[in-house]
Design a protein around this ligand. Structure first.
Ligand code: BES
Ligand code: MN
Ligand code: ZN
Length: 497
């Protein structure tokens, strides 16, 4: 049940499809390019707009049954709201349309928005794929009679506009690559904790490495011990599962220093001895969304064939309370040599990441961007709307923020003032893993930065509020959003020039 994307250069009135989605901005009059279609539909489009049955509000839809003689069996008007930034508006409308098509069971959808250039075609394609995505591997199929056709085909309708048919075809190809990356990440994220384990990241890494000719490195408990990753291992000591570090090397950029993407891969975070409250704990299967984002980005980057060197590194384990688990007050030695007092076993993500951030120095990175569902505090600060962005280098931080905007994964920078670092002072060790309730997302970032140690320009993305949705977002369902795949891909793409 893969989702296939294609380009249609027909006029919207000529497109033969079970469902034609037409995206319009708020209070936008019917564009000239749709007058033919409107005539075929006996003036239904114009009337719906004139009567204000359809106003073009964001996520608004109006389903029109169509007429028998027309090319499109059904027409769905989709609102884009007041459009400030066209790319994200098109992506979102396409996702809304695809979700509606999936619900109807039309099997296929064609999407039209006025005056799409190549970039707009790409955004439309990504949106269709995001809206069509589902995770049904664990569902028993419904009885034949009740089954609806799964949405398996999406087409973007673009009359050869500003960038011509070649440009538009390129937009569809890029959308396919990026959508495949999102699908890798969302599938891993949606898998329950007993299905997605550290070994699943190894299998995914191996599969990606084989298919795209990337080099694969896998370290288990024994190798992590040999590397001296006492911090990462302290998290893993409460689980019988073998922890895994997985590194994928994509080399298409000559001898340039690589960009390194790092992800937190906690397949489940119970909190450990500092056990989390039961309510909502099931969502902690999503504590591997940073790592899933790295895997998804590597898939997309390889499919795009970008001329860059990129290394994707994930650290995966499970944070469990047990007789062997780390305890509050324990002191461990990280790979860098620094000692860490564990003040709260639930602040485990940073304990994994700090060893990864030290380990990646072997690649002499041009830049490192990590992503992690790191703190509840970032959710308090920025809600479910913006990724928390922290950096050691202003140019890189701005670059990643811009990448996030292009990818409809907006980030917001939080300050790394020196004063915050004081909160990590420990009585017995070089630093402790928590800095109190105040500015919790920032002190977490400062903890990581102590292990970056200015060895490379670095940005940290806290995606705890944005990598998965606890409620239906309208354009995306409850569950994994795919963030930070798009930010990673746009960042790397920006470097590929
Ligand atoms: N995985 C959590 C952070 C999280 C919270 C992700 C909510 C998604 C939604 C992380 O490991 C954690 O538990 N952080 C603690 C840190 C605290 C003990 C300093 C937190 O945010 O409560
Ligand atoms: Mn935790
Ligand atoms: Zn966690």
């Amino acid at each position: 049940m893969p989702f296939a994307l294609s380009l249609l250069t027909d006029s919207p009135s000529a497109v033969a499809t079970p469902l034609l989605a037409v995206a319009l901005a708020a209070d936008e009059p019917l564009p000239d390019a749709l007058h033919d279609l409107d005539r075929r539909l006996a003036g239904t489009l114009g009337r719906s707009i004139a009567r204000r049955d359809f106003r073009g509000g964001r996520d608004e839809t109006l389903h029109l049954a169509g007429v028998e003689s027309a090319g499109a069996e059904r027409v769905l008007l989709v609102g884009m709201g007041k459009v400030r930034d066209r790319g994200p508006a098109v992506r979102r409308a396409a996702a809304v349309a695809a979700r509606a098509a999936a619900k109807l069971g039309t099997g296929a959808i064609a999407f039209y928005a006025p005056a799409l250039d190549a970039g707009g075609v790409e955004q439309a394609g990504i949106g269709l794929a995001l809206g069509a995505w589902r995770y049904d591997e664990l569902l028993t199929p419904a009885p034949e009679a009740e089954r609806r056709a799964p949405l398996e085909q999406g087409a973007v309708v673009a009359e050869s506009g500003a960038d011509g048919a070649d440009g538009a075809a390129g937009g569809v190809a890029a959308a396919e690559a990026i959508a495949a990356g999102y699908a890798v990440a969302r599938r891993l994220a949606m898998m329950p904790g007993n299905v997605c384990t550290p070994d699943t990241f190894v299998e995914t890494g191996r599969e990606l490495a084989d298919r795209h000719g990337m080099a694969l490195t896998v370290l288990g408990r024994t190798e992590l011990e040999a590397e001296g990753m006492g911090s990462f291992l302290s998290v893993a000591q409460g689980t019988p599962q073998d922890p895994k570090l997985v590194a994928l090397e994509y080399r298409r950029g000559g001898d340039a220093r690589p960009l390194v993407l790092v992800g937190k891969g906690l397949c489940f975070d119970s909190g450990g001895i500092n056990l989390k409250p039961g309510e909502g704990m099931f969502n902690m299967k999503f504590d591997m969304c940073g790592a899933a984002g790295v895997m998804g980005a590597m898939e997309a980057i390889a499919r795009l064939g970008l001329a860059v060197n990129v290394v994707g590194v994930i650290g995966s384990t499970t944070n469990m309370p047990s007789g062997t688990a780390m305890k509050p007050g324990d002191v461990v030695r990280a790979m860098s040599g620094k000692t860490i007092e564990n003040h709260n076993t639930d602040a485990e993500g940073r304990l994994v990441l700090c060893d990864l951030l030290h380990w990646v120095k072997r690649y002499e990175p041009a830049a490192v961007v990590d992503a992690a569902t790191l703190t509840g505090a970032v959710v308090i600060a920025l809600g479910h709307t913006a990724v928390g962005v922290f950096g050691s280098d202003d140019a890189l931080t701005q670059e990643v923020l811009a990448a996030g905007r292009r990818a409809s994964e907006r980030g917001w920078e939080l300050p790394m003032f020196d004063e915050y670092r004081e909160q990590l002072k420990s009585d017995v060790a070089d630093l402790k893993n928590v800095g109190g309730r105040a500015a919790g997302a920032i002190t977490a970032a400062w903890f990581l930065r102590a292990f970056v140690d200015d060895a490379y320009p670095w940005v940290h993305l806290d995606v705890a509020g944005t990598a998965y949705a606890e409620t239906d977002l309208g354009w995306l369902p409850k569950g994994p959003t795919g963030t930070p795949v798009g930010t990673f891909v746009e960042f790397v793409r920006g470097r590929a020039g």
